[in-house]
Design a protein around this ligand. Structure first.
Ligand code: GLA
Length: 381
């Protein structure tokens, strides 16, 4: 049984009847454009074929009753009395809060949920959870699905209820993902441009099996450094600064400010160039930009760790690989590689073997497909 069947079977088990609706929302991997979203810059992620699923049916009262198959726990909350707590149930609750704050009239529901986006790996399991819950509310409450708006409200839920100061990228791609496409997102205008992956290439996610605590504080520190840097250019966002403006001010910036600003400015430029390479179907150019992005994240933004550098190095030196870089917030988690499809299996075996021999850590690898964003999926399909 696959996940989408399991979640329906479990609903039947828990509630003694079939669900009326089933929804899904994907995790994501970012191809290029890292630590640019909160600078109102450009990102180019894709939604992956790993999802949060919810099977559900409406209730006549104002309760949400949700059984998580991953936690083997059921949570119940009242839409009229939302109170902050801790744990996985804060994700559904936070989305209910953000939707109601935006004046959506919500119906209660009961459901089961299951997720195969690996937790804590930097593949946005939380965004996929939030968008799945938003899709669940849309389905039972009958309001129209406005993908960018749902992404913004889910980001608000994560920022203000869960307390994680993330940008818009993860929620946005989970909402607007397209099969076989990466999506260029302008994080200022929220304009989205789907771009097909180059023919004959595969996206491989390589999990270093390292996780670092304090990601949040290091992330917040980077955000502050970016704001401070923007201020020195007389603007609020580094999006408005280009390489020429940076060059003019080099001598007046501190060493750290220069490096942080240089990453964001050049990463925005690389992301736009990567979009052009995608339009040309040029995997070689795209791969080279990914390699440069990694160097910048390692040397200027300083958000890689030793294991990510090893994983990326091994990948880049494999003959089937066009390019590789760390992906997501960094400090551990995953790398992403653009690989010749015909050599993807060989690539995975070789990289896993080499990584394990050097680090003694067992890495996970996923050859992934770009998938569609959050939506309802008919129960009979
Ligand atoms: C995390 C955040 C995103 C983005 C990335 C870095 O995934 O949730 O908003 O800032 O880090 O690119």
């Amino acid at each position: 049984m696959n996940l989408q069947q399991k979640v329906v079977a479990e609903f039947q088990n828990c509630f003694g009847a079939p669900p009326s609706t089933r929804v899904q929302a994907p995790g994501r991997v970012n191809l290029i454009g890292e630590h640019t979203d909160y600078n109102e810059g450009f990102v180019m992620p894709l939604a992956i074929n790993r999802h949060t699923w919810i099977a559900l049916r409406p209730r006549t009262d104002r309760l949400v009753v949700l059984h998580s198959m991953d936690h083997d726990q059921t949570t119940t909350f009242d839409l009229d009395k939302l109170e902050k707590d801790k744990g996985w149930q804060e994700y559904p609750k936070s989305v209910a809060w953000a939707l109601q704050e935006a004046d959506y009239k919500l119906t209660g529901w009961e459901g089961t949920t299951i997720c195969d986006v690996p937790l804590g790996a930097g593949l946005s399991s939380s965004a996929s959870y939030e968008l799945a819950v938003a899709a669940a509310f849309a389905a039972v409450s009958g309001f129209p699905w406005d993908a960018p708006k749902m992404a913004q409200l889910s980001q608000k839920a994560e920022n203000q209820w869960v307390g994680v100061n993330c940008g818009i990228m993860d929620q946005m791609i989970s909402a607007v993902g397209q099969e076989d496409h990466a999506v260029l997102i302008d994080c200022r205008s929220l304009e989205t441009t789907p771009l097909p992956l180059p023919n004959g290439t595969s996206i491989v996610i390589l999990d270093t099996a390292t996780r670092r605590g304090l990601v949040d504080s290091a992330y917040n520190e980077r955000r502050e450094q970016c704001e401070e840097a923007a201020g020195l250019f007389g603007t609020k966002m580094l999006r408005d600064v280009d390489s020429a403006a940076l060059a003019e001010k080099v001598s007046r910036l501190s060493e750290v400010t220069l490096r942080r600003a240089r990453h964001v400015i050049t990463e925005n430029e690389r992301t736009l160039q990567a979009a052009e390479a995608m339009k040309q179907g040029d995997a070689t150019a795209l791969g080279q930009l990914m390699n440069k992005s990694h160097n910048s994240l390692r040397d200027d933004f300083e958000v890689t760790n030793h294991e990510l550098n090893i994983m990326v190095d091994i990948s880049q030196n494999n003959p089937g690989c066009f390019g590789a870089r760390m992906t997501g917030a960094g400090f551990g988690g995953c790398a992403v590689a653009l690989v010749e499809s015909e050599r993807a299996r060989e690539f995975v075996t070789a990289v896993q073997y080499a990584y394990q021999s050097i680090t003694q850590l067992k890495p996970a690898a996923y050859v992934c497909r770009a998938s569609t964003g959050a939506c309802a999926v008919p129960i009979n399909s």
